[in-house]
Design a protein around this ligand. Structure first.
Ligand SMILES: [Zn+2]
Length: 62
């Protein structure tokens, strides 16, 4: 599956964020179904946290 390789940039302070965790979320909208990872049965969402200001952001993998 496609993975993001670039670091997320903190929207608050511009620092590079650390990839903190992955979580699995259920698809809730019809368009979400296209993002479902068939091996995992859900959508993989990456959580990133900022080491500078502590902001937390998430984005969908793939
Ligand atoms: Zn920050």
């Amino acid at each position: 599956m496609a993975k993001h390789t670039t670091k997320m940039i903190c929207p608050k302070c511009g620092a590079e964020m650390n990839h903190h965790a992955d979580k699995l979320v259920d698809p809730v909208r019809p368009e979400d179904l296209r993002q479902v990872n068939p091996a995992l049965g859900g959508i993989v969402e990456e959580t990133h946290c900022c080491p500078s200001c502590g902001a937390v952001e998430s984005r969908r993998a793939g």
